[in-house]
Design a binder for this molecule. Sequence first.
Ligand code: PEP
Length: 254
Amino acid sequence: MRKNIVAANWKMNKTDQEANDFIQTFINSDSIHQLNDSKQVIIATPYIYLKDTVQAVKDIPYVFIAAQNCHQEQKGAFTGEISAAQLNSIGVTHVIVGHSERRQYFQETDSQILQKVNNILQLNMTPVFCCGESLEQRESVNYKEFIQSQLNNSVFQLSPEDFSKIIIAYEPIWAIGTGKTATTEQAQEVHQLIRSAIAKKFGINIAQSTTILYGGSCNAQNAGSLFSQPDVDGGLIGGASLVTEEFEKIILSI
Ligand code: PEP
């Protein structure tokens, strides 16, 4: 079902105490009272805080804890890595996959990302699949083809049933952590393009029920106008998700 979602991506930020303070402040805030089946929050913490945060929100409806990544293999000799099954075993429900920082700094490929998505789905968890173009691609005007190829090479290989279980995040790389947000028109253009591509591949019903989030310097000031676009169903928020008051204001915009 298409939902409005605000998802936090803490990346490699916060100490244990800071993570705990954030979660305690958040679960005692008014923002959680306006959540419902179609307005949800996901918080992607570093791996080491997942177990505690899952426990902390377990009685808070419509608030879910995500991992920021998982390894593509199911188990084995991959020192330092974490599998989807391990995340599942501690109650994690969502996993971000294919974030541009993973693609850029860890050379993740579309086929590895697809393998991760398949593992996550097999365990009945929800992948939050990220796609988006670099500044160079945006300026060379072939960004639309690039985004289409990211979809074709990964999540468009899924069955319609599996595809209908994923969340998509459009994150133009030039907007991530740069303070340079996409305009509402730029965001809507690509979200519409993604939804049309889904309709072409999987049919209009699946396209209409897919949640597509925007990510890239989204904050309390610009969230309202971005989320008001017809194909923008919420946001994946990095920097602005680190401070509870700012994050709560963003939640009030969905
Ligand atoms: C992100 O990394 O997913 C992101 C959107 O970061 P920021 O909001 O800081 O641009």
